[in-house]
Design a protein around this ligand. Structure first.
Ligand SMILES: Cc1cc2nc3c(=O)[nH]c(=O)nc-3n(C[C@H](O)[C@H](O)[C@H](O)COP(=O)(O)O)c2cc1C
Length: 165
């Protein structure tokens, strides 16, 4: 049976969900089975052999759904190959250099033996929720900084890890 991978994500405005879907698509192309699901909608990870958790960054924190997911399932996650990603910076910085995890994510990584964390560029488009988002957009600081080539390459790398194949 092919390895079954869960890609769980925390999103407010949908762009992290699209990153998660892309990762799951690449994993499927590489011959694995994979589901991309909202982190808050996953009751149980028992069916999965490996897990990727991603969250949008908000005020220096991982999205709350990603944080809760990791807390709730920590025992099961500790027994599975595990990767984290964050999506946030609204500039090209994430494609130019490695951006370390925010402190809360770093702490969770230490507790759970996470194999790797990567920060991808974020995305903020018209219609995003909240007054801060509207202010950022009004100041011309929005845009789509997700680098799908890099996202796809990272997913392909996961698919070829010895623990997953
Ligand atoms: C209120 C607000 C706070 C944000 N805080 C951060 C932050 O602390 N660090 C960061 O890199 N990006 C930050 N961003 C950018 C978001 O992380 C980015 O838009 C991300 O792609 C959102 O993911 P989502 O569309 O899945 O919700 C912030 C955006 C908003 C609207």
């Amino acid at each position: 049976m092919p390895t079954n991978v869960l890609v769980a994500y925390g999103t407010t405005n949908g762009s992290t969900a699209e990153i998660a879907e892309t990762i799951a698509e690449v994993l499927r192309k590489e011959g694995l089975t994979a589901d991309a699901l909202p982190a808050g909608a996953v009751p149980d990870v028992a069916a999965y052999d490996a897990v990727v958790v991603g969250g949008g960054l908000y005020a220096g924190h991982w999205h709350k759904d990603a944080r809760r997911f990791v807390r709730r399932h920590r025992k099961d996650l500790a027994r599975r190959p595990l990767w984290f990603f964050s999506s946030g910076p609204l500039d090209p910085s994430a494609s130019e250099r490695d951006i370390p995890p925010v402190p809360g994510v770093k702490r969770a990584m230490a507790r759970l033996d996470v194999r790797e964390h990567v920060t991808f560029g974020g995305c903020l488009r018209e219609g995003a929720k909240g007054w801060v988002a509207r202010m950022i957009l009004r100041n011309g600081k929005g845009g789509d900084f997700r680098d799908f080539e890099r996202i796809e390459a990272w997913a392909a790398k996961i698919a070829h890890e010895p623990a997953v194949v």
